[in-house]
Ligand binder design. Structure first.
Ligand code: NDP
Length: 324
């Protein structure tokens, strides 16, 4: 079968399409024909070696497709069923073996690319605003990179919960998308000298209740400075690079601030938690209350271009690879 393969850590050019042996499902696993593989920022961290990987490997943690064979002892799913997954390496391929306990059923009205667009990024947006920093109606939050995969979903969920979203984006087109997702105000953070001052002005000098920041190095200081007293900074990624070590005294000086650095996999810990969260997101999508924007569909051969576009800030919404 065709798959993307990485033989050494490096830039996007280490992503090569190769013919590899198709996998076979072991006990508790299912074989899937991949309909769409999700491209996520974590794939770039793994490719670059920021998260060390054993090589060679087939990248991609996320996908959606149809079950074609069952391993021993698999119960509750049949050949032909549609499933999706968000934590199974090897998804940039025509076929992948997925542990059934790490998979979720996909409701029929949801297409493969949308199922993928809603899963890792959708569950991330969901855990951030429901469990990590539950939002109350009337709260004001700052969402960075609001036209991105997570950003658009997070903005919609926060707005639906009654929060007022101040968004940041880097272009007018992205600003328009953020507004469409519900952002009340959008700041082009590439054009302002003092982002925190802009945010304070929009909040009558008070600052925001929470900041959702996955940009990291370039936004971190402004994010802290934009918080109200006892506000929370949710640092959930590092698209611009990792944040340097921090003196906790800064949280004191900023007004008894809270800082958390969460990851999705701690919030979908176990099959029940995973399926409950996926179901919550898919229910919103199927009901038309959560719009999943597929920013770009690439053939498997263009995985390299997908990574370049993602890291080059040229994308909006979800990127998917289509194996066939
Ligand atoms: P996005 O689609 O949001 O793409 C990243 C965006 O970040 C860009 O489009 C860009 O938006 C913004 N950005 C700002 N500065 C830079 C920079 N120097 N280089 C690249 N991008 C920059 O990606 P995802 O939705 O896939 O992921 C968003 C973030 O969420 C990532 O940091 C990822 O690691 C994190 N994440 C964390 C999870 C967790 O469990 N903690 C789970 C899933 C994702 P703009 O042009 O508007 O500035």
């Amino acid at each position: 079968m065709r798959a993307v393969r990485v033989t050494k850590a490096g830039g996007p050019d280490v992503l090569e399409v190769a013919d590899v042996e198709p996998p076979a499902p072991g006990p508790g696993e299912v074989l899937v024909e991949v309909g769409a593989a999700g491209v996520n920022y974590i794939d770039t961290y793994q490719r670059e070696g920021i998260y060390p990987m054993d090589t060679p490997y087939v990248p991609g943690l996320e996908g959606s497709g149809r079950v074609t064979a069952l391993g021993e002892g698999v119960d509750g799913v049949a050949v032909g069923d549609r499933i999706a997954w968000a934590e199974t390496l090897g998804s940039y391929a025509e076929q992948v073996v997925v542990p059934w306990a790490k998979a979720v059923p996909v409701p029929d009205p949801i297409a493969d690319d949308v199922a993928v667009g809603a899963l890792l990024q959708g569950m991330t947006a969901h855990f951030l605003v429901t469990d990590c920093r539950p939002l109350n109606s009337g709260e004001i939050v700052l969402v960075h990179a609001a036209a991105g995969g997570v950003g658009l979903l997070l903005t919609q969920l926060a707005t639906a919960g009654g929060a007022r979203v101040i968004a940041t984006t880097s272009t007018a087109e992205k600003a328009e998308l953020a507004r469409g997702a519900g952002a009340a105000e959008v700041i082009d953070y590439t054009q302002v000298d003092d982002l925190a001052a802009e945010v304070r002005e929009l909040t009558g000098g008070t600052g925001v209740d929470a900041v959702f920041d996955a940009v990291g190095r370039t936004t971190f200081d402004a994010s802290l400075a934009a918080l109200r007293k006892r506000g929370t900074l949710v640092l959930y990624g590092a698209a611009s690079g990792p944040v340097p070590p921090l003196d906790p005294q800064r949280l004191n000086a900023g007004g008894s601030l809270y800082l958390t650095r969460p990851k999705l996999f701690d919030y979908i810990d176990g099959t029940e938690a995973l399926r409950a969260r996926a179901d919550a997101v898919y229910t919103e999508v199927a009901a038309g209350r959560l719009d999943v924007r597929i920013g770009h569909r690439y053939p498997l051969e263009q995985a390299r271009t997908a990574h370049e576009d993602l890291q080059g800030r040229r994308t909006t919404g979800k990127l998917v690879l289509l194996p066939s």
